[in-house]
Design a protein around this ligand. Structure first.
Ligand code: NDP
Length: 287
């Protein structure tokens, strides 16, 4: 395999050790970083994600609470709960696991989170601040992609970056972060004509479509860095990304695996944001 692996598990372990050390110092100073995770309904994938997040908090020495509500929770009741968490002094970060049931307006729910506790970085205030280059919190998955590039000391400035996928939670914000780091960025979506024409130009190729293995070797420039955000479950129960890893690893210069790539790093950046939220709280109390 000519491509070098960007090992998300290994990098996550390294960064989480640093986060745990900082959390221990903050806890000794009287503020234990605290995260509230809200899950509505019983989506099996969401249940796995929230369990992993809560476990990562415990491992890093954070306080965390998982609030699991039934599928028929009303939007009003969910908003009341968020309001209570906005005011709770032991909670520095609030995460609402998406997707929410269809009767709940996700937009209204995300907007109800205090931007200073919006550790997922989805609030419009954070999204807007990201556009201007000064987010309170960077959204976790885009932040994870940037950390993975940083880990290989990739020279982003002047590089051609192509993002396949333009969602609010991955494609658009990772494009902004790459642009701000000096890359020349192209964002593709499902309507893009001749996708391969764009992707073959990419020094950095970030893929977040939710389409299993759609990026095959012929979409990739030799030597490119390929970051696969996708998480898809195949009929045999195995996980795979949006990139055909077994093919692309022979063309790319660097590649992230699925599982063990962006996924564990996304949770790590959630811990990082929660730590920073708690540090900001400490600073506001001791200013
Ligand atoms: P969305 O469904 O919200 O967005 C998908 C984007 O991909 C859209 O912009 C869509 O275009 C575009 N797209 C779909 N098909 C194609 C295609 N054939 N060619 C080009 N573009 C296409 O997905 P998310 O961004 O939420 O998630 C993407 C993937 O990343 C999923 O597999 C998800 O599970 C995974 N994910 C992983 C995370 C992690 O921690 N590793 C975190 C978040 C997501 P259009 O705008 O035209 O519809």
């Amino acid at each position: 395999m000519p491509a070098k692996l960007i090992d998300g598990n290994l990098l996550a372990k390294h960064i989480r050790t640093q986060i745990a050390a900082s959390a221990a110092i903050l806890t000794a100073q009287g503020i234990k970083p605290g995260l509230a995770v809200i899950l509505v309904g019983e989506n099996p994938a969401s249940q796995v994600y929230v369990r992993n997040k809560v476990k990562a908090c415990a491992d890093a020495g954070f306080y965390s609470v998982l609030e699991n509500y039934p599928d028929d929770l009303s939007e009003v009741d969910l908003l009341k709960r968020i309001n209570a968490l906005n005011l709770a002094p032991e909670i520095h970060g609030i995460l609402v696991q998406l997707p929410l049931p269809p009767h709940i307006d996700s937009h209204a729910v995300l907007e109800a989170i205090n931007p200073l506790k919006d550790v997922d970085g989805f609030h419009v205030a954070n999204a807007g601040a990201l556009m201007t280059g000064a987010p309170i919190f960077k959204p976790c998955t885009p932040y994870a992609c940037m950390k993975m590039l940083e880990s290989i000391e990739y020279p982003i400035r002047g590089a051609r970056a192509v993002i396949v996928g333009a969602s609010n939670i991955v494609g658009k914000p990772v494009s902004m972060l790459l642009l701000q780091a000096g890359a020349t960025v192209t964002i593709c979506n499902s309507k893009t004509r001749d996708l391969g024409f764009h992707t073959r130009e990419a020094d950095i190729l970030v893929v977040a479509t939710g389409k299993p293995k759609m990026i095959t070797a012929n979409f990739v420039k030799p030597g490119a860095v390929v970051i696969d955000v996708g998480i898809n479950r195949l009929p045999d129960g195995k996980l795979c990304g949006d990139v055909d890893f077994d093919e692309v690893k022979y063309v790319a210069g660097w590649i992230t695996p699925v599982p063990g790539g962006v996924g564990p790093m996304t949770i790590t950046m959630l811990l990082q944001n929660t730590l920073e939220a708690a540090q900001k709280k400490y600073q506001s109390l001791h200013a």
